[in-house]
Design a protein around this ligand. Structure first.
Ligand code: RFL
Ligand code: PHB
Length: 416
């Protein structure tokens, strides 16, 4: 029995599809999912719970996918979705529930209390762990995932019978399906395969990036700290009671090899006040990387029988901690729409997918852009921008309405 009460049974059709696959004939499945990131894996799991057959095609190895260090903050809605998918046991054991966040402006501090202002919390649990849990669940159910699938290409998704071709170990394969879910991230093939005339894109590229460092040391604060300092933005985050994640804003042309661990710690200390800087526990970097900041949306998120979900359709700058949450939200909607199609023969859910998802996407885009503008050092010849940032920070202190808006957006209350 699945957590949502659905008994999983292999239908006769599914059995014969599995037999066909074993004979090496042309494969048929219901939904091909391109990409085994969090969006693709969660979609596979949610569909499996509704008895919908999927094949996931992933360009990289499972080890490579698990080696990527990315997001760390889950909205309450994301946690609920993972619960519904039946993959939240470890998340509840190890995840850290956070009831607020601290903002700083030139050393002055203000705590935003999520529970008091929005009645919600967030959970700190790394994307790597979410991916791990989803991969384990998929492996346990024996559902097909092809890692190191090369040259994935999508065909005929404007008709009733799309096909997906790929090469594995030098051998070409073709899968015929009902639907394709493009969950292959910003640089994937799904969005790139849509005719340019059918797609409208919106983009802002920020003139800076984030240099991130992971360290096996306890965080010095129980909550995340977002700091606007005149030297640039800094973020103190964590993955567990023993592992911390820190970021500093750097120019876009900065080279990773120019940043020794010592230089990173020195820069971070300068952006925190004296007392905090003394409490910072430093150590050798487990991982260090530079990520550019970008806002991007492609509209619509459906083309015939191809759906885009997650980073394949949109990117947010990480300041609002929304990237992973948006990806999860997309596939929650898409899974419900596809389940409705198979169980009730209704296209209402899949027809509404793009507009419903885009409403949430734009709410998150606005919030992430706003947090980024509030907290980073921006080009500012006469100091006007910095004074506006200061006034905005002050408003969060004197206006409960302003603080509540931040709390609602950060915890993902929008549109729910
Ligand atoms: P993912 O995680 O990029 O997964 C897409 C998967 O598709 C595979 N793929 C292909 N597979 C088959 N054929 C192809 N041609 C393929 N092309 C690509 C890829 O190998 C990959 O496994 O997208 P998804 O599932 O939509 O999940 C989205 C999240 O990963 C993303 O929004 C966040 O991690 C964004 N993000 C961050 N978000 C935060 O909220 N906080 C962060 O601190 C944070 N840090 C980050 C990030 C994204 C980063 N990227 C994408 C460069 C740091 C980085 C470096
Ligand atoms: C992280 O822990 O990696 C993290 C947390 C909050 C953000 C971005 C990244 O806004």
């Amino acid at each position: 029995m699945q957590p949502d009460g659905i008994v999983r049974r292999r239908t006769n059709a599914a059995k014969s599809r599995a037999a066909e696959r074993e004979r090496g004939d042309k494969i048929r499945t219901q939904v091909v999912i391109v990409g085994a990131g969090p969006a693709g894996l969660l979609l596979g799991r949610l569909l499996e719970n509704h008895g919908v057959e999927t094949v996931i095609l992933e360009r990289r190895s499972a080890a490579y996918v698990l080696g990527r260090v990315r997001a760390g903050v889950l909205e309450q809605g994301t946690v609920e979705l993972l619960e519904r998918a039946g993959v939240a046991r470890r998340l509840h054991e190890d995840g850290l529930v956070h009831e607020g966040v601290e903002l700083r402006f030139d050393g002055e501090r203000h705590r935003v209390d999520f529970r008091a202002l929005a009645g919600r919390t967030v959970t700190v649990y790394g994307q790597t762990e979410v991916t791990h849990d989803l991969m384990d669940a998929r492996a346990a159910s024996g559902t097909a995932t092809v890692y190191e699938a090369e040259q994935v290409s999508l065909h005929d998704f404007d008709g009733a019978s799309p096909t997906v071709r790929y090469v594995k170990d030098g051998v070409g394969h073709e899968i015929v399906c009902d639907f394709i879910a493009g969950c292959d991230g910003f640089h994937g093939v799904s969005r790139a395969g849509v005719p340019a005339a059918a797609l409208q894109t919106f983009e802002r590229v920020y003139p800076f990036g984030w240099l991130g460092l992971m360290v096996e040391k306890p965080p010095f604060s129980d909550e995340l700290i977002y700091a606007n300092h005149e030297r640039g933005f800094a973020l103190c985050s964590m993955r567990s009671p023993h592992r911390s994640r820190y970021y500093v804003q750097v120019p876009l042309d900065e080279r990773l090899e120019d940043w020794s661990d010592a230089r990173f710690w020195d820069e971070l200390r300068r952006r925190l006040d004296g007392e905090t800087a003394q409490r910072l526990l430093t150590g050798p970097a487990l991982e260090k990387s530079i990520a550019p900041l970008r806002s991007f949306v492609a509209e619509p998120m459906r083309f015939g029988r191809l759906f885009l979900a997650g980073d394949a359709a949109h990117i947010v700058p990480p300041t609002g901690a929304k990237g992973l949450n948006l990806a999860m939200g997309d596939v929650g909607l898409l899974a419900a729409g596809l389940a409705e199609f198979y169980e009730e023969r209704s296209e209402a859910g899949i027809d509404a997918y793009s507009s419903r998802a885009l409403a949430r996407v734009w709410a998150a885009e606005r919030f992430s852009w706003w947090m980024t503008s509030l907290l980073h050092r921006l080009p500012d010849a006469d100091g006007f921008t910095r004074r506006i940032q200061r006034a905005e920070f002050d408003q969060l202190r004197w206006s409960q309405a302003a603080a509540r808006a931040l709390a609602e957006n950060y915890t993902g209350a929008f549109g729910r």
